[in-house]
Ligand binder design. Structure first.
Ligand code: PLP
Length: 317
């Protein structure tokens, strides 16, 4: 059995599962972009558990990291503003005069930002304590949230999300969920949720940040840590993972014109916005691998990312 840690309610749950149509083909879409407004997207479910832990530990400063358009960083900044806790973000990117999208909102929510080069960023992810203690000035009691909120506390949000949709997955005979994968926590939580609910649903993760091998290992490590505590078997949980590789070859911060065309066309046909970093690439994979072939047993999980649209707005129209 998986024991859920305490959570602090931040998200509007349950999110709906809707019927959508693209190029004449119907499919089900779980709207985790409806978890909230400022707090939109998958990160909010993780933050409910992480920030409850931060509160329990009497944190005075929440520190996290991500790309300059990180949805996780923006959601953390918004949640900290709501809770009245200070927030510091280490972002991979450069300071600009006119920040857009998530980066703009980070400042609106009052987060302090420190910019890192790509090299510095990945060094930070490997060893945050080196940077956190660098100036030695900070007297506030910090709580560090790992990249994407993907640790064994954060991923409980997606164990819960799977349970939330279990009935609908079963009654619609869904065999597979397609989801964007950055740090892999969302996919790891879903895999554990499927095991907990005893539903043989495959989790098809579209890797947009790390290569297939690294992502697999990140997910396996998360799953293993929860399995060790809960008596589930890592191997049997992991057998439901499929990585749909090769859909972010242009790079994490880039997107091809071919994918943009699909995103723009989907917006016009459905009124649903996909972002250029995560959900757009995952949806493109979903279309290429399943929707084109009339696969009706596959659900698309919309994980948010709305504000990531604005820095790339000229590509949408
Ligand atoms: C909109 C969106 N979708 C999907 C993901 C991927 O989630 P995870 O990091 O848990 O793999 C992220 C964040 O990384 C995201 O911001």
């Amino acid at each position: 059995m998986i024991t859920f840690p305490p959570k602090y309610v931040l998200a509007n749950l349950p999110t709906p599962i809707q019927l959508a149509v693209f190029d004449g083909k119907q499919f089900l879409i779980k709207r985790d972009d409806f978890t909230g407004m400022e707090l939109t997207g998958n990160k909010v479910r993780k933050l409910e558990y992480l920030l409850a832990d931060a509160i329990a530990k009497k944190a005075e400063l929440v520190v996290t990291c991500g790309g300059e358009q990180s949805n996780h960083a923006r959601a953390t900044a918004a949640a900290c503003a709501r809770l009245g806790i200070a927030c510091k973000l280490f972002l991979w990117g450069k300071k600009t005069v006119k920040p857009e999208g998530n980066l703009f909102l980070d400042s609106v929510f009052g987060a302090e930002i420190e910019y890192l080069s790509k090299k510095e960023y990945f060094a930070f992810v490997e060893n945050p304590s080196h940077y956190l203690n660098a100036d030695g000035k900070n007297k506030a009691k910090p709580y560090f949230i790992t990249e994407g909120g993907s640790d064994i506390i954060g991923i409980m949000g997606y164990v819960e999300a799977f349970s939330e949709m279990a009935f609908e997955l079963k009654s619609n005979k869904i065999k597979r969920i397609v989801v964007a994968a950055g740090t892999g926590g969302t996919a790891a939580g879903l895999l554990l949720g499927a095991a907990l609910c005893n539903l043989p649903v495959k989790i098809a993760a579209v890797n947009v940040l790390y290569n297939k091998e690294i992502l697999y290992e990140k997910i396996r490590l998360l799953v293993e840590q929860v399995c060790e505590k809960s008596g589930l078997l890592t191997k049997s949980v992991m057998k439901n993972l499929v990585i749909l590789d090769g859909y972010s070859e242009e790079g994490y911060k880039q997107i091809t014109d071919e994918k943009m065309k699909v995103i723009a066309s989907f917006a016009k046909q459905s009124g649903i916005i996909l972002d250029p970093v995560y959900t757009g690439k995952a949806f493109f994979a979903f279309q290429q691998e399943f929707l084109k072939n009339h696969v009706s047993d596959t659900l698309f999980l919309h994980t948010g990312g709305l504000f990531g649209v604005f820095p790339k707005k000229q590509m949408y129209i």
